[in-house]
Design a protein around this ligand. Structure first.
Ligand SMILES: [Zn+2]
Length: 104
């Protein structure tokens, strides 16, 4: 009885066997999440490789998170700059048209 390790189901919170693939309480597949995690880790590694030019496969998960944050910060910053630069002339033109219409 004691040698059967238990863990909590992430979906319903009920105690289930640590080796369980499917929760007997709510029927959710538990290896589905770890499958996603694995895919995400591969994505992290791909992003790290693209950003740093070297694969980060030997790093622990924390380092991967840090790497992903850095990559995303850079991507978000670049996208923000592009959007602002693309919209500036348009906003200026609309402003000019409004000024001309109200003035004339
Ligand atoms: Zn469950």
């Amino acid at each position: 009885m004691a040698d059967e390790e238990l863990k909590q189901c992430p979906f319903c919170g009920e105690d289930i066997k640590a080796s369980a693939i499917k929760c007997k309480h709510c029927g959710e597949f538990l290896n589905h999440q770890s499958q996603n995690e694995k895919d995400e880790n591969e994505l992290y590694n791909e992003l790290c490789e693209a950003y740093y030019g070297t694969p980060q496969k030997t790093t622990v998960k924390n380092d991967n998170d840090g790497c992903l944050k850095t990559v995303w910060k850079t991507i978000v910053a670049i996208i923000t700059i592009i959007i602002v630069l693309a919209l500036l002339p348009v906003i200026g033109e609309i402003f000019m048209l409004l000024m001309l219409e109200s003035g004339g």
